[in-house]
Unconditional design. Structure first.
Length: 264
């Protein structure tokens, strides 16, 4: 029985001894593992932090790249726009140069055009004096207005020339129109109220109110002459009615001066 007790006692003692022998290294091993685990976790946390920083830097780089691409497109657009503006500026500078030259030429032309306009007025006045004497007061007043206009500083040279050319155009139109108008005429010392009939510039006749006297302008003699009643009274009366558009146009007999010849 004692042997059995000892037999069984020895294994228990051995177990206690082994346990006692193994107890210190186990505690040390657990502490080491924890340190290793903590270090691994720290490294993992540091790696995660590094990864976050890398991702932040990558996001910043991606944002900068996007901003650069956007700004690059803006710059490209500005380059094209500036190129267009430069071409416009170049064209404007060319136009400014041309306008400057034109202004200088205008000053030169204006100095040359004034004597020309004065000469044109002189010629027009002489022409009216030598022409068939119709609407004498109206035509003389027109020339007088033009001469007064030439002395005005508030009227440009272009406007003066326009008015002179308009006067020439009016005189030109007289040569291809027919007109009837009233006026007064000295006939044999008597002042008569008459109706004038102008057919272009080839014929200027008159007829007194009531038709008692009918006459015409003799441009060769530069005087008024009386016409035979039996030949011209009815014809001139018809011509006056036609000019006033009171009757339809028709053929009439009117005195016309014969040509004296053509100078060679």
């Amino acid at each position: 029985m004692m042997k059995e007790r000892l037999k069984w006692a020895l294994p228990g003692a051995a177990t206690l001894a082994v346990t006692a022998m193994l107890g210190l290294p186990a505690a040390v091993s657990a502490a080491t593992i924890k340190q290793i685990t903590d270090a691994g976790e720290a490294r993992a946390a540091a790696a995660q932090a590094d990864q976050r920083r890398i991702e932040q830097v990558a996001d910043q780089i991606e944002s900068l790249v996007a901003d650069y691409q956007t700004e690059s497109k803006v710059v490209d657009g500005l380059v094209v726009y500036n190129s267009l503006l430069q071409r416009q500026i170049d064209n404007q500078e060319m136009e400014m140069t041309a306008l400057t030259e034109s202004i200088e030429n205008v000053a030169l032309i204006e100095r040359q055009i004034v004597p020309l306009m004065t000469s044109m007025l002189d010629s027009l006045e002489t022409f009216v004096e030598l022409d068939t004497p119709f609407l004498q007061q109206e035509r003389a007043d027109r020339i007088a207005r033009l001469r007064n206009m030439m002395d005005r500083s508030d009227v440009t040279a272009a406007e003066k020339l326009r008015n002179i050319l308009e006067a020439y155009s009016i005189e030109n139109d007289y040569g291809r129109t027919i007109e009837a108008y009233k006026g007064s005429l000295d006939v044999d010392g008597r002042q008569l109220e008459v109706d004038f009939l102008r057919i272009g510039r080839v014929s200027l006749t008159y007829q007194s109110v009531g038709g008692a006297v009918t006459g015409a302008w003799d441009n060769n003699a530069r005087t008024w002459v009386e016409l035979p009643k039996e030949t011209y009274k009815a014809q001139i009366a018809d011509g006056l009615a036609i000019a006033r558009k009171q009757v339809a146009p028709d053929l009439i007999v009117a005195p016309v001066a014969a040509p004296t010849g053509v100078s060679q």
